[in-house]
Design a protein around this ligand. Sequence first.
Ligand code: IMP
Ligand code: MG
Length: 181
Amino acid sequence: MEPRIKLHDKSFKLFLPYSEIETAIDQVAERINKDFHGCEDVPIILCVLNGSILFTAELMKRLDFNAQFLSVRLSSYQGTRSTGEVQQLLGLTEDIRGRRIIIIEDIVDTGTTMENLHGMLLEKGAAEIRICTMLLKPEVYRKALPLDYVAMEIPNRFIVGFGLDYDELGRNYKDIYVLDS
Ligand code: IMP
Ligand code: MG
């Protein structure tokens, strides 16, 4: 575990060790399993690339009902700030009409990305949409959209690691780091 990492021009310090992330994922997976235990449909686990790749993998290993995996690729951040605009870089490859969907997101900040994706899935005929996010910044979240499963809440700081990046660097670290200011 590195106490500090450097990405491009910025320095980051350890914020959430992997052991804490794992515990939070265990807990959120347990809640999802409880809600979906014995379901007769096959819900879709929708990974929001790129940031959610590690979280989705860790979470999926813990789910004990039959689910289908799908992914979309969205982008809204540039550097350390949200642009307020969501770009869809890779869309859905399956018909989702009538399906229940669990969106798996790395972090919800302003909520623009989730609101945008939620709207798109409804438009495409999803029967039910739930949102599962590894991290939430409650100080900045201003949307009415309910976040069904939140693994951890954090202050309004810029973080990297465990899938999250600063201009495409930092995703591979298993611990989460915060911008050192
Ligand atoms: P929102 O649309 O403002 O909620 O931003 C959500 C998206 O921005 C997430 O899917 C992340 O990809 C990215 N993001 C938000 N906060 C951070 C952060 O602290 N570090 C890295 N990426 C972030
Ligand atoms: Mg993301």
